[in-house]
Design a protein around this ligand. Structure first.
Ligand code: SF4
Ligand code: SF4
Length: 439
Protein backbone atom coordinates (compact mmCIF):
# COMPACT_ATOMS: atom_id res chain seq x y z
CA UNK A 1 0.00 0.00 0.00
CA UNK A 2 2.28 2.84 -1.21
CA UNK A 3 1.99 5.95 0.89
CA UNK A 4 -0.27 4.12 3.31
CA UNK A 5 0.05 4.10 7.06
CA UNK A 6 2.90 2.12 8.51
CA UNK A 7 2.20 -0.10 11.45
CA UNK A 8 5.47 -1.02 13.15
CA UNK A 9 5.58 -4.58 14.37
CA UNK A 10 7.22 -4.22 17.77
CA UNK A 11 10.32 -6.32 18.24
CA UNK A 12 9.71 -9.80 19.48
CA UNK A 13 13.20 -10.82 20.46
CA UNK A 14 14.89 -10.32 23.78
CA UNK A 15 17.86 -7.97 24.30
CA UNK A 16 19.43 -6.03 21.47
CA UNK A 17 20.52 -2.42 21.28
CA UNK A 18 19.65 0.82 19.50
CA UNK A 19 22.84 2.36 18.15
CA UNK A 20 22.72 5.52 15.99
CA UNK A 21 22.18 4.22 12.45
CA UNK A 22 24.57 6.69 10.68
CA UNK A 23 22.88 5.92 7.36
CA UNK A 24 22.14 9.54 6.44
CA UNK A 25 25.14 10.10 4.17
CA UNK A 26 24.42 7.20 1.78
CA UNK A 27 20.74 6.24 2.06
CA UNK A 28 19.64 8.72 -0.63
CA UNK A 29 22.53 8.15 -3.04
CA UNK A 30 21.74 6.23 -6.20
CA UNK A 31 24.04 3.26 -6.72
CA UNK A 32 26.93 4.15 -9.04
CA UNK A 33 29.51 2.18 -10.97
CA UNK A 34 33.14 3.10 -10.35
CA UNK A 35 35.81 3.40 -13.10
CA UNK A 36 37.61 0.19 -14.11
CA UNK A 37 40.13 -0.65 -11.39
CA UNK A 38 43.74 -1.17 -12.46
CA UNK A 39 43.94 -4.61 -10.83
CA UNK A 40 41.63 -7.33 -9.59
CA UNK A 41 42.58 -10.01 -7.07
CA UNK A 42 39.94 -12.73 -6.84
CA UNK A 43 40.40 -15.16 -3.91
CA UNK A 44 39.31 -18.71 -4.78
CA UNK A 45 37.97 -19.21 -1.25
CA UNK A 46 35.04 -16.93 -0.42
CA UNK A 47 32.78 -19.38 1.38
CA UNK A 48 32.82 -22.20 3.88
CA UNK A 49 34.15 -25.48 2.54
CA UNK A 50 37.34 -26.19 0.68
CA UNK A 51 39.05 -23.72 -1.69
CA UNK A 52 37.99 -23.74 -5.33
CA UNK A 53 40.39 -24.84 -8.04
CA UNK A 54 41.45 -22.17 -10.56
CA UNK A 55 40.47 -23.18 -14.09
CA UNK A 56 42.50 -20.47 -15.86
CA UNK A 57 46.25 -20.06 -16.35
CA UNK A 58 48.64 -17.10 -16.36
CA UNK A 59 48.44 -15.33 -19.73
CA UNK A 60 44.83 -16.36 -20.41
CA UNK A 61 42.41 -13.73 -21.61
CA UNK A 62 39.24 -13.93 -19.53
CA UNK A 63 35.85 -12.47 -20.27
CA UNK A 64 33.50 -10.89 -17.82
CA UNK A 65 31.36 -13.64 -16.26
CA UNK A 66 33.75 -16.41 -17.28
CA UNK A 67 34.28 -19.18 -14.74
CA UNK A 68 37.75 -18.83 -13.22
CA UNK A 69 37.54 -21.19 -10.23
CA UNK A 70 35.26 -24.21 -9.98
CA UNK A 71 33.48 -25.22 -6.79
CA UNK A 72 35.56 -27.49 -4.56
CA UNK A 73 32.72 -29.27 -2.77
CA UNK A 74 29.04 -29.01 -1.97
CA UNK A 75 29.39 -26.04 0.43
CA UNK A 76 31.47 -23.96 -1.93
CA UNK A 77 30.44 -21.73 -4.81
CA UNK A 78 32.16 -21.22 -8.18
CA UNK A 79 33.86 -17.91 -8.91
CA UNK A 80 33.62 -15.86 -12.10
CA UNK A 81 35.73 -13.06 -13.50
CA UNK A 82 34.14 -9.66 -12.83
CA UNK A 83 36.01 -8.05 -15.72
CA UNK A 84 37.40 -8.74 -19.15
CA UNK A 85 41.17 -8.79 -18.98
CA UNK A 86 44.30 -10.92 -18.72
CA UNK A 87 45.31 -13.29 -15.93
CA UNK A 88 48.68 -11.91 -14.86
CA UNK A 89 49.35 -14.16 -11.89
CA UNK A 90 47.98 -16.94 -9.72
CA UNK A 91 49.28 -16.71 -6.20
CA UNK A 92 48.38 -16.02 -2.60
CA UNK A 93 46.56 -13.00 -1.23
CA UNK A 94 45.76 -11.71 2.22
CA UNK A 95 41.99 -11.68 2.79
CA UNK A 96 39.71 -9.48 4.85
CA UNK A 97 39.57 -12.01 7.66
CA UNK A 98 43.35 -12.25 7.84
CA UNK A 99 43.79 -15.59 6.07
CA UNK A 100 46.20 -16.18 3.19
CA UNK A 101 44.43 -17.93 0.30
CA UNK A 102 45.13 -18.59 -3.39
CA UNK A 103 43.86 -15.96 -5.80
CA UNK A 104 43.60 -15.17 -9.50
CA UNK A 105 45.21 -11.80 -10.35
CA UNK A 106 43.62 -10.09 -13.36
CA UNK A 107 44.64 -6.94 -15.23
CA UNK A 108 41.37 -5.52 -16.60
CA UNK A 109 41.06 -4.06 -20.10
CA UNK A 110 40.74 -0.26 -19.77
CA UNK A 111 37.37 -0.33 -21.53
CA UNK A 112 34.75 -2.79 -20.27
CA UNK A 113 31.44 -3.77 -21.79
CA UNK A 114 29.46 -3.73 -18.54
CA UNK A 115 26.28 -5.01 -20.21
CA UNK A 116 28.01 -8.02 -21.73
CA UNK A 117 29.06 -11.16 -19.87
CA UNK A 118 29.37 -14.92 -20.24
CA UNK A 119 25.98 -16.33 -19.24
CA UNK A 120 25.46 -19.33 -17.00
CA UNK A 121 23.17 -22.03 -18.30
CA UNK A 122 19.70 -21.63 -16.82
CA UNK A 123 18.21 -24.97 -15.78
CA UNK A 124 16.53 -25.66 -12.44
CA UNK A 125 16.49 -23.00 -9.71
CA UNK A 126 18.99 -24.80 -7.49
CA UNK A 127 21.36 -25.80 -10.30
CA UNK A 128 21.41 -22.33 -11.84
CA UNK A 129 21.93 -20.60 -8.50
CA UNK A 130 24.82 -22.96 -7.80
CA UNK A 131 26.38 -22.47 -11.25
CA UNK A 132 26.12 -18.68 -10.85
CA UNK A 133 28.10 -18.79 -7.60
CA UNK A 134 25.37 -17.08 -5.56
CA UNK A 135 26.06 -16.88 -1.82
CA UNK A 136 24.28 -15.06 0.99
CA UNK A 137 25.03 -11.37 0.44
CA UNK A 138 24.05 -10.36 3.96
CA UNK A 139 27.57 -11.17 5.12
CA UNK A 140 27.46 -14.91 5.79
CA UNK A 141 28.46 -15.87 2.22
CA UNK A 142 26.90 -19.32 2.73
CA UNK A 143 26.26 -20.97 -0.66
CA UNK A 144 22.64 -20.18 -1.52
CA UNK A 145 22.04 -23.42 -3.43
CA UNK A 146 22.68 -25.38 -0.22
CA UNK A 147 20.19 -23.20 1.64
CA UNK A 148 17.62 -23.85 -1.09
CA UNK A 149 17.70 -27.56 -0.35
CA UNK A 150 16.64 -27.94 3.29
CA UNK A 151 16.42 -31.43 4.85
CA UNK A 152 13.52 -33.49 3.49
CA UNK A 153 12.07 -33.94 7.00
CA UNK A 154 11.88 -30.12 7.57
CA UNK A 155 9.56 -28.64 4.94
CA UNK A 156 9.69 -24.84 4.68
CA UNK A 157 6.32 -23.13 4.54
CA UNK A 158 7.46 -19.54 5.12
CA UNK A 159 10.15 -17.64 3.25
CA UNK A 160 11.29 -14.52 5.09
CA UNK A 161 13.14 -11.95 3.02
CA UNK A 162 15.49 -9.99 5.20
CA UNK A 163 15.44 -6.30 4.31
CA UNK A 164 16.20 -5.16 7.86
CA UNK A 165 19.78 -4.02 7.25
CA UNK A 166 20.14 -3.40 10.97
CA UNK A 167 23.91 -2.77 10.90
CA UNK A 168 24.66 0.94 11.32
CA UNK A 169 26.15 2.79 8.30
CA UNK A 170 25.17 0.15 5.67
CA UNK A 171 22.58 1.02 3.02
CA UNK A 172 23.34 -1.40 0.15
CA UNK A 173 20.24 -3.56 0.84
CA UNK A 174 18.13 -0.41 1.22
CA UNK A 175 19.24 0.89 -2.17
CA UNK A 176 18.73 -2.53 -3.79
CA UNK A 177 15.11 -2.56 -2.58
CA UNK A 178 14.55 1.00 -3.87
CA UNK A 179 16.34 0.58 -7.19
CA UNK A 180 15.68 -3.08 -8.05
CA UNK A 181 12.37 -4.01 -6.42
CA UNK A 182 11.26 -6.11 -9.41
CA UNK A 183 14.45 -8.19 -9.16
CA UNK A 184 13.96 -8.72 -5.41
CA UNK A 185 10.35 -9.78 -6.06
CA UNK A 186 11.38 -12.12 -8.88
CA UNK A 187 14.09 -13.66 -6.72
CA UNK A 188 11.53 -14.20 -3.95
CA UNK A 189 9.25 -16.05 -6.37
CA UNK A 190 12.11 -18.29 -7.51
CA UNK A 191 13.11 -19.08 -3.91
CA UNK A 192 9.52 -19.76 -2.82
CA UNK A 193 8.98 -22.09 -5.78
CA UNK A 194 12.21 -24.00 -5.06
CA UNK A 195 11.26 -24.43 -1.41
CA UNK A 196 7.55 -24.97 -1.95
CA UNK A 197 6.92 -22.14 0.54
CA UNK A 198 3.32 -20.92 0.53
CA UNK A 199 3.93 -17.73 2.51
CA UNK A 200 6.44 -14.95 1.78
CA UNK A 201 7.16 -12.18 4.29
CA UNK A 202 9.51 -9.25 3.75
CA UNK A 203 10.86 -7.70 6.96
CA UNK A 204 12.18 -4.12 6.77
CA UNK A 205 13.24 -1.91 9.67
CA UNK A 206 11.21 1.24 10.37
CA UNK A 207 14.09 3.53 9.37
CA UNK A 208 13.39 2.62 5.69
CA UNK A 209 9.72 3.56 5.15
CA UNK A 210 10.38 4.28 1.45
CA UNK A 211 11.61 0.71 0.97
CA UNK A 212 8.45 -0.61 2.66
CA UNK A 213 6.32 1.33 0.16
CA UNK A 214 8.36 0.26 -2.87
CA UNK A 215 8.47 -3.40 -1.86
CA UNK A 216 4.71 -3.44 -1.14
CA UNK A 217 4.14 -2.22 -4.69
CA UNK A 218 6.59 -4.70 -6.19
CA UNK A 219 5.40 -7.74 -4.26
CA UNK A 220 1.68 -7.01 -4.61
CA UNK A 221 -0.48 -9.73 -3.09
CA UNK A 222 2.32 -12.30 -3.28
CA UNK A 223 3.91 -11.26 0.03
CA UNK A 224 3.37 -9.46 3.30
CA UNK A 225 5.77 -6.57 3.74
CA UNK A 226 6.20 -5.85 7.45
CA UNK A 227 7.76 -2.81 9.03
CA UNK A 228 9.83 -3.92 12.00
CA UNK A 229 11.25 -1.95 14.91
CA UNK A 230 14.68 -0.46 14.30
CA UNK A 231 16.59 -2.51 16.76
CA UNK A 232 19.92 -4.26 16.30
CA UNK A 233 20.21 -7.25 15.53
CA UNK A 234 16.69 -7.35 14.05
CA UNK A 235 18.13 -8.87 10.86
CA UNK A 236 19.85 -11.82 12.56
CA UNK A 237 18.21 -15.01 11.36
CA UNK A 238 16.85 -16.35 14.63
CA UNK A 239 15.77 -12.91 15.87
CA UNK A 240 13.96 -12.17 12.59
CA UNK A 241 12.11 -15.49 12.70
CA UNK A 242 11.12 -14.78 16.28
CA UNK A 243 9.83 -11.32 15.41
CA UNK A 244 7.91 -12.38 12.30
CA UNK A 245 6.59 -15.78 13.31
CA UNK A 246 6.90 -15.80 17.10
CA UNK A 247 8.76 -19.10 16.78
CA UNK A 248 12.03 -19.90 18.50
CA UNK A 249 14.60 -21.94 16.59
CA UNK A 250 15.68 -24.62 19.09
CA UNK A 251 19.28 -24.82 20.30
CA UNK A 252 21.49 -26.40 17.64
CA UNK A 253 18.74 -26.61 15.01
CA UNK A 254 18.27 -24.93 11.63
CA UNK A 255 15.49 -22.40 10.84
CA UNK A 256 13.88 -25.07 8.64
CA UNK A 257 13.09 -26.97 11.85
CA UNK A 258 10.42 -24.31 12.55
CA UNK A 259 9.30 -24.24 8.91
CA UNK A 260 11.05 -21.02 7.96
CA UNK A 261 13.98 -19.89 5.88
CA UNK A 262 15.57 -16.43 5.70
CA UNK A 263 17.24 -14.95 2.62
CA UNK A 264 18.65 -11.47 2.29
CA UNK A 265 16.92 -9.12 -0.20
CA UNK A 266 20.18 -8.58 -2.13
CA UNK A 267 20.62 -12.35 -2.38
CA UNK A 268 17.11 -12.52 -3.85
CA UNK A 269 18.13 -9.95 -6.48
CA UNK A 270 21.26 -12.00 -7.28
CA UNK A 271 19.08 -15.11 -7.66
CA UNK A 272 16.88 -13.20 -10.12
CA UNK A 273 20.00 -12.11 -12.02
CA UNK A 274 21.06 -15.74 -12.34
CA UNK A 275 17.68 -17.16 -13.33
CA UNK A 276 16.26 -14.31 -15.39
CA UNK A 277 19.47 -13.05 -17.00
CA UNK A 278 21.94 -15.96 -16.74
CA UNK A 279 24.20 -13.56 -14.85
CA UNK A 280 26.79 -14.99 -12.45
CA UNK A 281 27.58 -13.27 -9.16
CA UNK A 282 30.74 -11.33 -10.03
CA UNK A 283 30.07 -7.90 -8.53
CA UNK A 284 27.98 -6.51 -5.70
CA UNK A 285 26.76 -3.27 -4.18
CA UNK A 286 29.07 -2.02 -1.43
CA UNK A 287 28.33 0.89 0.90
CA UNK A 288 31.51 2.96 1.23
CA UNK A 289 31.01 5.50 3.95
CA UNK A 290 32.24 7.24 7.08
CA UNK A 291 35.29 9.47 6.77
CA UNK A 292 35.61 9.27 2.96
CA UNK A 293 35.36 12.08 0.40
CA UNK A 294 32.39 10.65 -1.55
CA UNK A 295 30.31 8.30 0.59
CA UNK A 296 27.84 6.26 -1.41
CA UNK A 297 26.71 2.90 -2.71
CA UNK A 298 28.85 1.50 -5.48
CA UNK A 299 28.78 -1.50 -7.80
CA UNK A 300 32.12 -3.07 -6.99
CA UNK A 301 33.77 -5.94 -8.88
CA UNK A 302 34.60 -8.89 -6.63
CA UNK A 303 38.36 -8.70 -6.18
CA UNK A 304 38.76 -4.90 -6.13
CA UNK A 305 41.21 -4.02 -3.38
CA UNK A 306 39.85 -1.97 -0.47
CA UNK A 307 42.76 0.48 -0.96
CA UNK A 308 41.70 1.04 -4.60
CA UNK A 309 38.05 1.33 -3.61
CA UNK A 310 38.80 4.04 -1.07
CA UNK A 311 40.94 5.88 -3.62
CA UNK A 312 38.13 5.65 -6.21
CA UNK A 313 35.73 7.43 -3.84
CA UNK A 314 38.14 10.29 -3.28
CA UNK A 315 40.14 8.82 -0.39
CA UNK A 316 39.74 9.12 3.34
CA UNK A 317 39.25 12.52 4.93
CA UNK A 318 40.41 14.21 8.10
CA UNK A 319 39.42 12.46 11.27
CA UNK A 320 39.61 8.98 9.75
CA UNK A 321 40.22 6.17 12.19
CA UNK A 322 39.81 2.46 11.75
CA UNK A 323 38.69 0.97 8.39
CA UNK A 324 36.14 -1.79 8.82
CA UNK A 325 35.01 -4.31 6.19
CA UNK A 326 31.29 -4.85 6.79
CA UNK A 327 29.35 -2.88 9.37
CA UNK A 328 30.81 -1.58 12.62
CA UNK A 329 29.01 -4.19 14.75
CA UNK A 330 30.05 -7.41 13.01
CA UNK A 331 32.65 -6.19 10.54
CA UNK A 332 36.38 -6.79 10.61
CA UNK A 333 38.87 -4.00 11.32
CA UNK A 334 41.49 -4.02 8.57
CA UNK A 335 45.18 -3.84 9.43
CA UNK A 336 46.10 -3.88 5.72
CA UNK A 337 43.95 -2.25 3.03
CA UNK A 338 45.43 -4.36 0.22
CA UNK A 339 42.74 -6.98 0.63
CA UNK A 340 40.05 -7.74 -1.96
CA UNK A 341 36.33 -7.15 -1.65
CA UNK A 342 34.59 -10.54 -1.67
CA UNK A 343 31.00 -11.66 -2.20
CA UNK A 344 30.13 -11.18 1.48
CA UNK A 345 31.47 -7.59 1.72
CA UNK A 346 28.48 -5.27 2.08
CA UNK A 347 30.38 -2.25 3.31
CA UNK A 348 33.68 -0.51 3.82
CA UNK A 349 33.29 1.91 6.69
CA UNK A 350 35.97 4.39 7.71
CA UNK A 351 35.07 5.05 11.32
CA UNK A 352 35.96 8.41 12.81
CA UNK A 353 39.08 8.31 14.99
CA UNK A 354 37.10 9.63 17.98
CA UNK A 355 34.75 6.62 17.90
CA UNK A 356 37.57 4.11 18.19
CA UNK A 357 39.46 5.86 20.97
CA UNK A 358 38.07 3.79 23.87
CA UNK A 359 39.08 0.48 22.31
CA UNK A 360 42.61 1.77 21.75
CA UNK A 361 42.85 2.60 25.46
CA UNK A 362 42.35 -1.07 26.23
CA UNK A 363 39.89 -3.05 28.26
CA UNK A 364 39.35 -3.06 32.00
CA UNK A 365 38.19 -5.77 34.42
CA UNK A 366 34.53 -6.73 34.51
CA UNK A 367 32.57 -4.80 37.12
CA UNK A 368 29.60 -7.27 37.02
CA UNK A 369 27.13 -4.59 35.92
CA UNK A 370 25.20 -7.21 33.85
CA UNK A 371 24.53 -4.82 30.98
CA UNK A 372 25.92 -7.40 28.59
CA UNK A 373 23.45 -9.98 29.91
CA UNK A 374 20.53 -7.61 29.36
CA UNK A 375 21.73 -6.79 25.83
CA UNK A 376 22.41 -10.33 24.64
CA UNK A 377 19.71 -11.41 22.16
CA UNK A 378 20.67 -15.06 22.66
CA UNK A 379 20.11 -15.02 26.45
CA UNK A 380 23.75 -15.80 27.15
CA UNK A 381 26.00 -14.56 29.96
CA UNK A 382 28.69 -12.76 27.96
CA UNK A 383 30.66 -11.54 31.00
CA UNK A 384 31.09 -15.11 32.27
CA UNK A 385 31.91 -16.43 28.80
CA UNK A 386 34.55 -13.71 28.54
CA UNK A 387 36.08 -14.54 31.91
CA UNK A 388 36.22 -18.29 31.21
CA UNK A 389 37.60 -17.77 27.69
CA UNK A 390 40.28 -15.51 29.14
CA UNK A 391 41.24 -18.30 31.57
CA UNK A 392 41.09 -20.84 28.71
CA UNK A 393 38.45 -22.82 30.63
CA UNK A 394 36.84 -24.09 27.45
CA UNK A 395 34.56 -26.67 29.14
CA UNK A 396 32.97 -23.86 31.13
CA UNK A 397 32.36 -21.83 27.95
CA UNK A 398 30.74 -24.91 26.43
CA UNK A 399 28.44 -25.31 29.46
CA UNK A 400 27.43 -21.67 29.06
CA UNK A 401 26.51 -22.31 25.40
CA UNK A 402 29.29 -20.30 23.75
CA UNK A 403 28.34 -21.96 20.45
CA UNK A 404 24.96 -20.19 20.54
CA UNK A 405 26.68 -16.78 20.32
CA UNK A 406 25.82 -15.12 17.00
CA UNK A 407 28.74 -12.67 17.39
CA UNK A 408 26.40 -9.71 17.09
CA UNK A 409 28.56 -7.52 19.32
CA UNK A 410 25.71 -6.15 21.47
CA UNK A 411 27.53 -7.19 24.65
CA UNK A 412 30.75 -5.41 23.73
CA UNK A 413 28.80 -2.35 22.60
CA UNK A 414 27.13 -1.87 25.98
CA UNK A 415 30.09 -2.87 28.17
CA UNK A 416 31.22 0.21 30.13
CA UNK A 417 34.71 -1.18 30.61
CA UNK A 418 35.30 -2.08 26.94
CA UNK A 419 35.79 -5.79 27.54
CA UNK A 420 36.67 -7.48 24.18
CA UNK A 421 33.81 -9.91 24.73
CA UNK A 422 33.22 -10.91 21.11
CA UNK A 423 36.87 -11.69 20.44
CA UNK A 424 37.03 -13.81 23.60
CA UNK A 425 33.83 -15.71 22.79
CA UNK A 426 34.90 -16.15 19.16
CA UNK A 427 38.13 -17.75 20.39
CA UNK A 428 36.15 -20.09 22.64
CA UNK A 429 33.95 -21.08 19.70
CA UNK A 430 37.01 -21.80 17.54
CA UNK A 431 38.46 -24.06 20.22
CA UNK A 432 35.14 -25.89 20.70
CA UNK A 433 34.77 -26.39 16.92
CA UNK A 434 38.34 -27.71 16.66
CA UNK A 435 37.62 -30.14 19.49
CA UNK A 436 34.63 -31.58 17.64
CA UNK A 437 36.57 -31.77 14.38
CA UNK A 438 39.52 -33.57 16.02
CA UNK A 439 39.30 -37.35 15.54
S1 SF4 B 1 27.36 -13.07 23.69
FE1 SF4 B 1 27.28 -13.28 21.48
S2 SF4 B 1 25.10 -13.25 21.00
FE2 SF4 B 1 25.33 -12.43 23.06
S3 SF4 B 1 25.49 -10.20 22.79
FE3 SF4 B 1 27.57 -11.00 22.83
S4 SF4 B 1 28.08 -11.31 20.70
FE4 SF4 B 1 25.83 -11.14 20.78
S1 SF4 C 1 28.89 -5.27 30.55
FE1 SF4 C 1 31.11 -5.49 30.79
S2 SF4 C 1 31.49 -4.86 32.90
FE2 SF4 C 1 29.28 -5.21 32.75
S3 SF4 C 1 29.02 -7.36 33.39
FE3 SF4 C 1 29.25 -7.38 31.18
S4 SF4 C 1 31.45 -7.71 30.85
FE4 SF4 C 1 31.20 -7.06 32.96
Amino acid sequence: MPGGTHHVLSHGFRGGIRPHDHKESTRDKHTARLPVPRRIVVPVLQHLGVPNAPVVAVGDTVRRGQLIASAGDVVSAPIHSPVTGVVVSIGDTLTINGAIVPAVYIEPDPVQEWDGYVRVEVTSVVRTVRAAGVVGLGGGAFPTAVKLTPPADSPVSTLILNGCECEPYLTCDHRTMLERPASVASGARHIASALGASRVVVGIEANKPDAVDVMRSAMGASAEVLMLATRYPQGAEKQLIHTVLGREVPHGRLPASVGALVHNVSTAAAIADALDEGKPLMERVVTVTGQVARPGNYIVPIGMLVADLLEAVGGVIEGAGRVVAGGPMTGIALADLHVPVVKGTGGVVVLPARSVAPAIQGDQPCIRCARCVAGCPMSLEPYALGIYANRRQWDATDRLHAMDCIECGCCAYVCPTNRPLVQLIRRAKQVLIERVARP
